[in-house]
Design a protein around this ligand. Structure first.
Ligand code: ADP
Ligand code: G6P
Length: 477
């Protein structure tokens, strides 16, 4: 019987604390009880003279096979090419791209290292599912090692436009590597179109169907599979009693409304744009003082990278300034938690918040938007304010959709959310939750894996190509 082998850089360690980051949360839920293997980085670093060794652990039906990265791999592959070239490029921050040929070479070596491990682990009939921008090139090395397995790739973040790809010196090489996957999965229709256009243009591949291309005698499916959550499980978690102690105080203060934000401290999340809008809102609407507070779970992220360090400082200062300027007596307009929060606990926080405010400037999907809706009390649900630049906006059209760069629009939308009638909240919620239920996490996983399963094996592909060639020779004769 074939098994599923998943590869991602970040994994939720079986022993681990809560993970911040959509990939680890979603893949963990999608893999539970699958009897599959989850291969990736264990989050540790070792010295450059040590050779990374793989370790194995087992929990809830998943075999975890993980290894540390050397300091050099961490600095050049993870902090370097992955997060100083690919992440800013995919999030339309050309200004932050810092390309270095040595870092790219280490990125390739780490991709090869994991491909070699896949070769050891996989039987020919096993399905391999590779996740995210850390591993654009893994399938190329698998093929070089002679593997004919069906290998799928899912990108959790946006796919850059062709114009931005052209600014990456090794773009063509990377897209060529990407074409060694059988299925390339994207979060949205917009990403699917961008990926299709980039492949057609940089590889001079041919489009053979709405969502497939042919390149060097191979057929590749390029399709959107919007990631989902598990609404029923989240609903149950959110209904549980308050964890003790709760990160935030949810004592009922009459007429006071709570806004929640949950983000890694990342420049893609529009945190400064949101808190600037909130400060202007407080300045221009004094009648709301004491009646609204903004809670934020903000997880420090990629703290060895200068752009993230700068943002962390600016963000902290911004929150302090807001409290200094507006707090009075027992009211603090902003409260922030910088620690990881257990998943159950987070669902509880969502349920007790009147508004969830998502301000991403670019975002693959934004799972927080979906988790927030799934956690609501159906009889008295909260309101979702959702950036038009989050992938979730393509599906969750009944949220209050806003441009986070338009401060006036952000403030108007916040007021609309604060004043929204219960009837309208329920109406919007019902449509949103229905969407989440029909397009949940199981649906995402099955859709992707069914398509991967259906792709012809490489052997069949070459036989078919041979037949096609014979046919064309006969036609010519
Ligand atoms: P990204 O993947 O860019 O971080 P998403 O919104 O798609 O953004 O996913 C974030 C995920 O991480 C969500 O599942 C959220 O619940 C989780 N998360 C974010 N911050 C924390 C935290 N401090 N503790 C635990 N989980 C967190
Ligand atoms: C996003 C990316 C993931 C990544 C996560 C957290 O969700 O799509 O690949 O794991 O952010 O970032 P980190 O760098 O801490 O893994």
């Amino acid at each position: 019987m074939s098994k599923l082998i998943v590869l991602s850089n970040r994994i939720s360690m079986p022993s681990g604390k809560a993970s911040a980051g959509g990939l680890a949360v979603a893949v963990q839920d999608a893999l539970n009880d699958s009897n599959g293997i989850w291969l990736g980085w264990n989050g540790q670093q070792i010295t450059d003279s040590e050779a990374p060794e793989f370790e194995q652990a087992y929990s809830q039906g998943i075999d975890y096979i993980t290894c540390p990265l050397t300091h050099q791999q961490y600095a050049q592959y993870y902090c370097g090419f992955a997060n100083k070239v690919l992440w800013p490029a995919m999030h339309a921050r050309e200004d932050l791209i810092e390309y270095d040929a040595q870092e790219y070479s280490t990125y390739q070596k780490v991709n090869r290292l994991f491909a070699e491990k896949l070769k050891q682990l996989a039987q020919p009939e096993d399905l391999i599912w590779v996740h995210d921008y850390h591993f654009f090139s893994v399938a190329r090395y698998c093929r070089e090692l002679g593997m004919q397995n069906k290998i799928g790739f899912f990108l959790h973040i946006p796919f850059a436009s062709l114009n931005i790809w052209r600014k990456i010196p090794v773009a063509r090489e990377l897209i060529q590597d990407l074409s060694q996957y059988d299925v390339i999965g994207l979060q949205t229709q917009i990403d699917q179109n961008a990926c299709m256009q980039t492949c057609l243009s940089l590889l001079e591949a041919q489009k053979i169907h709405r969502d497939s291309i042919s390149y060097k005698k191979r057929q590749i499916l390029i399709k959107s599979y919007p990631i989902g959550v598990q609404p029923e499980i989240i609903q149950k978690q959110a209904q549980k009693d308050a964890p003790s102690p709760c990160v935030f105080n949810f004592e009922d203060i009459p007429r006071q409304k709570t806004i929640i934000g949950v983000d890694r401290i990342d420049y893609s999340k529009g945190l400064l744009e949101r808190f600037n809008a909130f400060a202007t809102f407080l300045e221009t609407n004094p009648e709301y003082h004491g009646l609204v507070r903004h809670l934020q779970v903000a997880t420090p992220s990629r703290t060895d990278i200068a752009a993230y360090q700068r943002l962390y400082q600016r963000f902290k200062t911004k929150l302090e300034l807001i409290n200094e300027e507006f707090a009075h007596e027992d009211w603090r307009p902003v409260d922030c938690c910088y620690d990881p929060v257990q998943h159950n606990h987070l669902m509880h926080i969502y349920r007790h918040s009147d508004i969830c405010w998502i301000s991403s400037l670019r975002d693959g999907m934004n799972l927080v938007a979906k988790e927030y809706i799934a956690a609501q009390n159906p009889e008295n649900p909260g309101v979702l304010i959702l950036s038009k630049y989050a992938g979730a906006a393509e599906q969750m059209t009944q949220a209050l959709i806003v441009d986070p760069q338009d401060r006036a629009a952000m403030i108007d939308t916040l007021k609309m959310a604060l004043e929204m009638s219960k009837a309208e909240r329920i109406n919007r919620y019902q449509q949103l939750i229905e969407g989440l239920s029909t397009s949940d996490l199981t649906h995402w996983r099955n859709d992707f894996l069914d398509d991967l399963e259906k792709t012809p094996t490489l052997l069949m592909k070459s036989q078919r190509l041979l037949q096609d060639n014979y046919q064309s020779i006969y036609q010519v004769l």
